[in-house]
Write a protein that binds this ligand. Structure first.
Ligand code: ACO
Length: 307
């Protein structure tokens, strides 16, 4: 049987493609692009929240935030490893991130101005990530799908802790409640943008769906997130910053207003409020950590030679 035919059958049978299996070059490249961007998002995603570790309002909040940020580093490690099973080189991916040749999620280019933003990231951003990533647990590439199972379990904890922190603020003083509302106002639309362009403007979706990498379209997942989240906003006594939001009895879904796609495309082109700062932080960490990587490699080589 031809290699391509065998691959097509694996996809059609919902079996997983494994690292040693033959796969079309374009499938491999698409996965390296998506998994690499995903890994970079986890790493860059540590920055907006890490910004609040020293300023968390209580010791308990600090301990939880430290653990959460550490989890995100772990997610990046699973994802870089999954990309390596496809032949990608980790140093090369990192160089491309720093050179602006590989993307990371748009959401991490927004600043965390108050403590409520940290709660909003846990609840809304990780909530949106879960909607996207639960679908990826069934992605056709085995190492990616398996990494997603653990990532989703941890993201669920992140989402709940974010919602719990938001509950405290929303039920606190008038000032705290306003802080919570302000965070929702600023993070709502960028969270919706996380799902990517509208289906009609998404160049990769059709092929990625055919390969069973993506199981739902960008718009389907965005709708799921809105449907899941609106009642949570209301349960907090807060409002969704969208005058066009309304429940459609017939479709059983919320209708929502237009997304500012100009803003989205500007952010992914490197012109968001924090793009420069984020890449600069990664560059400093990558260069500053070089001696650690060199020392670890030298130690590993010495041990191997001694064996
Ligand atoms: N931020 C940055 N870039 C984006 C975003 C976004 N929110 N959405 C889409 N893009 C980019 C795509 O990467 C692609 O760029 P490229 O061609 O230079 O690679 C371009 O916009 C067109 O988009 P699509 O054709 O829709 O791309 P794709 O099929 O890859 O779908 C999606 C985008 C949904 C983000 C997909 O890649 C995905 O599911 N990725 C895994 C999840 C992920 O990366 N999550 C990160 C945030 S979650 C977290 O870290 C907590």
């Amino acid at each position: 049987m031809e290699q391509q035919q065998r691959f097509d059958q694996t996809i059609a049978a919902e079996s997983s493609v494994e690292p040693r299996d033959w796969m079309p070059e374009a499938y491999r490249r698409t996965l390296i692009r998506q998994i690499g961007q995903h890994a970079h998002s986890e790493v860059v995603g540590m920055l907006p929240e890490g910004n609040w570790i020293t300023r968390a309002p209580t010791l308990r909040r600090k301990a939880v935030l430290l653990a959460k940020v550490q989890d995100e580093a772990g997610h990046a490690l699973y994802l870089y490893s999954a990309a390596e099973t496809l032949g990608a080189d980790r140093d090369d991916m990192m160089d491309k991130l720093i050179a602006g040749k590989m993307k990371y999620s748009s959401i991490f280019n927004y600043p965390t101005l108050t403590w409520a933003d940290v709660a909003a990231i846990g609840w809304l951003v990780d909530g949106a990530a879960i909607v996207n990533q639960v679908a990826l647990c069934r992605a056709s590439y085995g190492p990616y799908a398996r990494a997603m199972v653990r990532v989703c379990k941890e993201e669920s904890f992140h989402q709940r802790q974010g919602y719990e922190a938001m509950t405290v603020l929303a039920n606190g003083t008038e000032e705290q409640k306003q802080m919570a509302q302000d965070a929702v106002n600023r993070f709502w639309w960028p969270a919706l943008m996380m799902f990517g362009p509208c289906d009609d403007d998404s160049p990769h979706s059709a092929q990625s769906m055919a390969w069973h990498i993506k199981r739902f379209s960008n718009d389907e997942l965005r709708q799921k997130f809105v449907d899941n989240t609106v009642h949570q906003v209301h349960a907090l006594g807060l409002t969704v910053p969208d005058p066009d939001l309304k429940w459609n009895e017939e479709t059983g879904h919320y209708e929502f207003g237009d997304i500012n796609w100009d803003e989205f495309y500007a952010v992914i082109a490197g012109q968001g409020p924090c793009n420069h700062e984020r890449i600069e932080a990664r560059r400093k960490a990558w260069e500053g950590g070089r001696w650690v990587r060199d020392a670890a490699s030298a130690y590993a080589a010495r041990k191997q030679n001694a064996a």
